[in-house]
Design a protein around this ligand. Structure first.
Ligand code: GLU
Length: 352
């Protein structure tokens, strides 16, 4: 081989290696929905701020090292504080994420979202998107303009988790404050702290430190491909309300919900899903009229089992198991699209 030919072969080889390694980088689509991670304060010393101010490009620019982990493309779906999440936005988000994951040039989706209702959105997606590609939700507790904003690091770590080969098949995860949680397990438990997210019943899914990702146990309940609910078939969700139990609770809000067309009611019960006699009578009447009633708990952890202090069999109630009231509402809306029989709904609550 002449020296010139050797040089050409070497150069071609180099081009090939560069092309292969560039192609090998995972491709991540970031779908932005707003939240504090995109929030702005009038000045950095002030506590007050507005969620959902900055757009996706601003968030991507704030964490430039993400580009070492993946080829990133971003899009803005909505830009709201997550207290303003609606069923309609969930459906729009679900359809878009599903569409992205079906594309061969997308390996994972990261969703930026406010932390207030992230657990509900995440659980909805984990029940309705049939894909084993990773879906990672991320937010922040401090607005983008604050001192030590946590958003850029959280976003970087969300991309690290989304591109980890071990993330496949784990369903929807939530990344914040160096921790990975399964959407089904996670709860926002503190109004302002950076470590607001916990998975009180089953513990976190893993941890992440920069690009280092470690997973613990796989998810324990039905999600993704195994789920009976499929985003493709959804264009509306039934009306399901949550009523909160407390000492001296009456039945007025229960009666109002029924009168106002609720197809299901979740009670955020005291303790093990309990409520006053008046509220129990209201819910029993609701159940007799065909409204699905689920007993959950306001305590924040533990499970609500059937027939402990409340005779669910007699009153035709469903027990929520480990699902908190807001997640019970998500599963009840989906379950009601299939059936309103207590047995069928209880089976969903036992398995999902
Ligand atoms: N209300 C905001 C939201 O959920 C605050 C929480 C946050 O994003 O950290 O969008």
């Amino acid at each position: 081989m002449t020296r010139r030919l050797r040089f050409v072969v070497l150069a071609l080889g180099l081009v090939l290696v560069t092309a292969v390694s560039a192609a090998a980088k995972p491709r991540v689509a970031i779908v932005a929905t707003g939240g504090t991670i995109a929030g702005a304060q009038p000045n950095t010393a002030q506590g007050g701020y507005t969620s959902g101010v900055f757009d996706i490009q601003h968030l991507i620019d704030a964490a430039p090292l993400m580009k070492d982990l993946a080829d990133i493309k971003g899009e803005q779906l909505v830009n709201v504080g997550s207290q303003d999440m609606t069923n309609e936005i969930w459906l729009k988000l679900g359809h878009r994420v599903d569409e992205l994951l079906k594309q061969p040039d997308v390996d994972a989706v990261v969703i930026t979202h406010g932390t207030d209702t992230m657990e509900e959105t995440g659980y909805f997606l984990s029940l309705t998107i049939h894909s084993d590609k990773p879906i990672v939700m991320v937010g922040s507790m401090r607005p983008a303009t604050s001192l030590s904003a946590d958003g850029p690091m959280n976003l970087y770590e969300a991309v690290a988790v989304a591109t980890s080969p071990e993330a496949k098949g784990r369903g929807v995860m939530v990344v914040l404050n160096d921790q990975i949680h399964y959407a089904r397990e996670v709860e926002k438990q503190n109004t302002t702290a950076l470590d607001t997210f916990h998975s009180p019943n089953r513990g976190p899914a893993g941890h992440v430190s920069g690009e280092h990702v470690t997973f613990f146990a796989p998810p324990a309940t039905i999600h993704g491909d195994q789920s009976a609910f499929l985003i493709d078939s959804l264009d509306a969700l039934p009306k399901v309300e949550i009523v909160y139990a407390y000492a001296n609770m009456g039945r007025d809000f229960i009666d109002y919900a029924v009168k106002n067309g609720a197809k299901g009611i979740v009670v955020a019960g005291v303790g093990d899903g309990n409520m006053t006699k008046a509220a129990t009578d209201g819910l029993a009447e609701a159940a007799r009229s065909g409204v699905a009633v689920v007993r959950s708990s306001r305590t924040g952890s533990g499970a609500v089992y059937r027939n402990i202090e409340v005779d669910d069999d007699k009153l035709h109630f469903v027990a929520s198991g480990e699902l908190n009231p807001q997640k019970s509402r998500v599963l009840l809306m989906l379950g009601l699209l299939k059936s309103n029989s207590v047995d069928a709904l209880q089976r969903y609550f036992n398995a999902y």
